[in-house]
Design a protein around this ligand. Structure first.
Ligand code: SF4
Length: 173
């Protein structure tokens, strides 16, 4: 079995109803390069902060929670730790639970970043729902479901897979 890559987190929350559909186990990763003004989780920005966690313990916590629909990767910036989250996500998806990912990057930026790091595309391809884009204070809207500002999109698995397919087709020419 592939050894787990190290994962640095800020913390975890069980039974969340605000981080995607159903009851969710949310992992707040540590480290974020975006520094959105007005961010609600500034304690997650420092890449040297938080603490390391055993990825297998995260998998076990999600799978042993019978009420959890799945796992949400939030932050911090999940795509800065794409490998361990891909490993965790694969193990959880294999047991039929779903994956929600929050990111300060847009989907289009992630596709570009994926050229440098294939783990980014591998993690992206696991998402059942992606909430993309930075938090923009001037577009803050408390009525939006699962997100804080109107620029952020809720992208379905189908939309993500189509974008990956189109990107690969164009970039393989
Ligand atoms: S991407 Fe998220 S965690 Fe990072 S600064 Fe923006 S709102 Fe905060």
């Amino acid at each position: 079995m592939e050894p787990f890559a190290p994962l640095r987190i800020s913390g975890c929350v069980a039974d969340s109803i605000v981080d995607g559909p159903g009851l969710r186990f949310t992992v707040f990763v540590q480290g974020c390069p975006h520094h959105c003004p007005g961010c609600h989780n500034p304690q997650t920005h420092d890449f040297q902060g938080g603490h390391f966690v055993d990825p297998q313990a995260v998998i076990d916590a999600v799978l042993q929670d019978p009420l959890a629909s799945g796992v949400t990767f939030s932050g911090g910036e999940p795509f800065c730790q794409a490998k361990p989250l891909r490993q965790i996500g694969q193990a959880i998806a294999a047991q039929g639970k779903d994956i929600v990912i929050y990111t300060g990057y847009t989907l289009e930026q992630l596709l570009e970043e994926g050229k440098k790091d294939p783990e980014i595309l591998a993690l992206l391809s696991l998402a059942d729902l992606l909430v993309d884009g930075p938090y923009l204070q001037e577009q803050r809207d408390l009525t939006l479901q699962f997100r804080g500002s109107a620029n952020q999109r809720l992208l379905s698995r189908k939309q993500i897979q189509e974008a990956i397919k189109a990107y690969r087709k164009t970039n393989l020419k």
